[in-house]
Design a binder for this molecule. Structure first.
Ligand code: HEM
Length: 323
């Protein structure tokens, strides 16, 4: 059957109801659909939360970066080889994922989203966590990200059985640059990303910052941590980055990181490899020159990340299964 005709004849049921799928006058099947969620309302509530929190902080920092990190860490466990991991199930709410060292601090992001989940109980945690990242990108001047709901939530038993006991997220420091380059390529390669997509995704570090009480690292990557832009790439190329040795006039005792000439901005070793590896650097130079291209590539790569391993087809039965 032709897809356009299928779309035209498909009837959408009210929230929570079974959906009847029709072809002409003949009823073909019933499939349980995810309840309809008013994403516009969810966005308003999330933005209200972000804005009130920004006011209360009053220091120019924001939940926006943290929500992008939350969305990415939900998805960044994906393994293409066996289709395991990914955002489906919202497994980060439970161990082992909750306890991954690389998820440190994201309990705070999940906690502040609880009232939103309570307000929109029909939205799964998995959809809410990923959508919060989409909202943060879009409402910070970033590109529009293709997003659809339909992720399931697992209970604790299923999440602990399905999730990998080993932290699958990337480390920011691996000793040598060569080891770090191999590590980052291996982690993103496991998910199915190319070099170009890796560099595009890392541009999200234009937003937010590192926290000494979460990852141990300190500071923002850019001068405008609540604005989505290509500043990360421009700074990588234009600034002089050196190992951080002091912090507020005292010796730096945290993990190895880099700082700019003012000491106010930072880069991780996993950011610096984008300069040292010629293939990665090619894309850094492209995005530093062309923000539109970065936005286009980021939007595609981030939308892909958000859908890794999500069986949307199990939510609404695909038409081709009917005959
Ligand atoms: C090699 C891959 C990556 C590594 C090693 C890495 C590492 C880190 C670390 C150490 C932090 C600091 C966390 C904290 O202390 O609060 C961080 C924050 C952040 N990361 Fe990444 N990251 C990677 C890739 C990504 C990707 C792919 C995205 C999104 C597409 C992303 C978005 C962010 C954002 C927005 C923050 C700021 C969080 C905040 O402000 O609370 N990162 N990252």
């Amino acid at each position: 059957m032709n897809a356009a005709r299928f779309a035209a004849t498909r009837m959408v049921a009210p929230a929570g109801a079974a959906t009847a799928v029709w072809m002409g006058q003949q009823e073909l099947a019933f499939a349980k659909e995810a309840p309809a969620v008013d994403l516009k309302k969810v966005r308003e509530s999330v933005m209200d939360l972000i804005e009130k929190d920004e006011e209360a902080r009053g220091d120019g920092t924001s939940l926006k970066g943290t929500f992008i990190r939350l969305a990415w860490h939900c998805c960044g466990t994906y393994k293409a080889a066996d289709n395991s991991g990914g955002s489906n199930g919202a497994m980060m709410r439970f161990n082992p994922e909750a306890g991954y060292g690389n998820n440190a601090g994201l309990d705070k992001a999940r906690a502040v989203l609880e009232p939103i989940k309570a307000k929109y109980p029909d939205m799964s945690y998995a959809d809410l966590y990923t959508y919060a990242g989409v909202i943060a990108v879009e409402e910070s001047g970033g590109p529009t990200i293709a997003f659809r709901t339909g992720r399931d939530d697992y209970d604790e038993a299923k999440a602990s059985q399905k999730a990998d006991p080993n932290d699958r997220l990337p480390n920011a420091f691996m000793g040598s640059f060569a080891a770090c380059t191999g590590h980052v390529r291996a982690i993103f390669g496991r998910m199915g990303f190319t070099d170009r997509e890796i560099v595009a995704l890392l541009g999200a570090h234009a937003m937010g910052r590192c926290h000494t009480d979460r990852s141990g690292f300190w500071g923002p990557w850019t001068n405008a941590e609540t604005t989505f832009s290509n500043e990360y790439y421009r700074l990588l190329i234009e600034e002089r980055w050196s190992p951080k040795v002091t912090h507020n006039g005292k010796p730096w005792t945290g993990p190895d990181q880099f700082e700019d000439s003012t000491g106010k901005l930072m880069m991780l070793q996993s950011d610096m490899i984008l300069l040292s590896d010629p293939e990665f650097k090619k894309y850094v130079a492209m995005y530093a020159k062309d923000e539109d291209l970065f936005f286009k590539d980021f939007a595609k790569a981030f939308a892909k990340l958000l859908e890794l391993g999500v069986p949307f087809a199990s939510v609404a039965q695909p038409w081709y299964k009917f005959w």
